[in-house]
Design a protein around this ligand. Structure first.
Ligand code: B12
Ligand code: SF4
Length: 440
């Protein structure tokens, strides 16, 4: 019998892609519980490698790839969105088969990620309850933290834990469930519980010292915490040397902050030991914190996917929302990266669009500006997040009642546009693609 079965729920969405997307919070929790001698199993609703999937989804470069998906009717409140809706991950029958195979544990731990992915969490809780009605189900994670009231109302039969401090979560669980005395195989997030490890995601820090008005980082992790250099180095070495993992994606909100005492020494140390792996930064790095020397070290250490958080060309918007960066600083950062040897297609620059009161001319100007710097622009649609300052503005302009249903936070639906012109939106997406393909 397992002490805990940890579940990563399905994604219900208009689009989903495995861009180094793993439930890091849940796998960290698995590791901490293992260290307390709990016996753990992992049921991953998103598993793209399950041999009984009707067909195996295509995998792409550096361990990324598609999920298996099954089209579903759109939620009735989102009929105006001209896109297909789907459940991403295992067919329900396969999930139930896995659930029965594992047998009843002492308790289930279910994570939650994007607020608008809550239908997957609901479905997991419903199915688990129907199979093992007497086993407690604890649900935690980002949706539960940001939309606690909604979770309490809709996750019937589950116990909601909106705490994000790992020590507190652990001491709570220890009081509820006793361990069966299993030996922990290692001290790192439990990626080995997966069927296959195409990549590993990690953080060198939690939280962020900045306070952008559209971001929930401070709510999720109120204090900025940095991990010891040796611990991060040991983690990367462990997966590379024991499991042959070559791709590592950083989830840090502030990867370059305190570079000299954290990321710098981590990379120097790996280089010194001759560890050759590839690094990716899907969650974007701070442009202002890059310089010539850092760019050189990133290149030397094996960074392959660089993403920079530019957001917009408009200084006014930066002043209002994030004070992040000026256009000239982006130009300079891209120059440093290109001089260090990064190719244009390795440097992606995020542009945030769909913001309240944002004009499309601002977005197009930002796209064209990024094109001229010698990097690739990527559009990132704004998702209004409860408890953030910009959520209040978003509520005023949104075409949906944002507070009533987290489905309305979905970035794909451009919730802050009163009357979206879907053709115009497509043409701007097309422009971004054209710039990326142009090789300019
Ligand atoms: C990494 C990341 C991604 C990755 C993918 C992550 C994934 N697994 O799918 C990438 C880069 C692909 C991504 C994409 C996007 N993301 Co993102 N992402 C993050 C980030 C930086 C880290 C999440 C994380 O893993 N944290 C680390 C782990 C350790 O923490 P955790 O999961 O929160 O778990 C902790 C606790 O909650 C708890 N816990 C977790 N599970 C459980 C379970 C139980 C039972 C218990 C007791 C406790 C517990 O334990 C952990 C303790 O530390 C967060 C910001 C943040 N600071 O959290 C944004 C964040 C989640 N993303 C966000 C956004 C906006 C996006 C995008 C929409 C951006 C865009 N415009 O393109 C896209 C959407 C993608 C999509 N398909 O819809 C928003 C949330 C939006 C929302 N409405 O929910 C966040 C909060 C950032 C923000 N702007 O504020 N993202
Ligand atoms: S957007 Fe980035 S820099 Fe701003 S607070 Fe969030 S994580 Fe920090």
């Amino acid at each position: 019998m397992f002490d805990f079965i940890l579940i990563n729920p399905w994604i219900y969405d208009f689009a989903a892609y495995d861009l180094w997307a793993r439930p890091l919070g849940l796998l960290r929790l698995a590791s901490l519980l293992r260290q307390e001698e709990y016996k753990i199993a992992f049921l991953d609703c998103l598993d793209p490698f399950h041999p009984e999937l009707p067909h195996l989804p295509k995998r792409k470069a550096y361990g990324t790839g598609h999920y298996f998906r099954q089209k579903l009717p759109k939620p009735s409140s989102l009929l105006d969105v001209p896109r297909h809706f789907a459940r991403y991950g295992l067919p329900v029958k396969l999930f139930l088969k896995e659930l029965l195979k594992l047998g009843p544990p002492k308790a289930f731990l279910v994570t939650s990620l994007m607020t608008y992915w809550y239908p997957g969490v609901l479905e997991v809780v419903r199915l688990v309850k129907s199979v093992y009605p007497r086993v407690p189900i604890y649900v935690g994670g980002i949706y539960v933290k940001l939309c606690r009231e909604h979770a309490l109302k809709f996750l019937k039969g589950a116990i909601i834990i909106s705490e994000t401090e790992e020590d507190k979560i652990l001491s709570f669980l220890k009081k509820e469930i006793s361990p069966s005395g299993a030996k922990a195989p290692h001290l790192f997030p439990a990626f080995d519980l997966q069927r296959h490890i195409p990549y590993v995601v990690l953080t060198t820090s939690l939280g962020c010292p900045f306070s952008c008005k559209y971001c929930a980082s401070k709510i999720l992790q109120p204090t900025f915490k940095e991990r010891p250099v040796e611990q991060v180095v040991a983690e990367i070495k462990f997966w590379h040397q024991n499991y042959g993992v070559e791709d590592f994606a950083f989830y840090d909100d502030a990867l370059l902050v305190n570079f000299e005492r954290r990321l710098g020494p981590i990379l120097e140390s790996l280089l010194l030991e001759g560890i050759k792996v590839r690094f990716h930064t899907p969650n974007a790095m701070h442009i202002r914190l890059l310089d010539r020397e850092k760019a050189k070290l990133l290149k030397k250490a094996g960074f392959k996917t660089i993403r920079l958080g530019f957001e917009t060309l408009s200084s006014k918007r930066h002043q209002e929302l994030d004070g992040k960066v000026e256009a000239e600083e982006l130009k300079e950062a891209v120059t440093f990266l290109r001089e260090a040897g990064f190719k244009r297609e390795e440097i992606g620059v995020y542009i945030l669009w769909g913001l309240p009161y944002q004009d499309f001319s601002e977005v197009v100007a930002s796209l064209n500006f990024v094109a001229k710097t010698g990097a690739m622009p990527y559009l990132a649609e704004y998702s209004p997040i409860p408890q953030t300052p910009l959520f209040e503005e978003a509520k005023k302009v949104a075409r949906y009642p944002l507070e009533e249903d987290p489905l309305f936070h979905n970035n794909t639906i451009f919730p802050c546009l009163k009357e979206p012109d879907w053709n115009l939106l497509e043409s701007i997406k097309h422009l971004a693609r054209k710039i990326r393909q142009s090789g300019a």
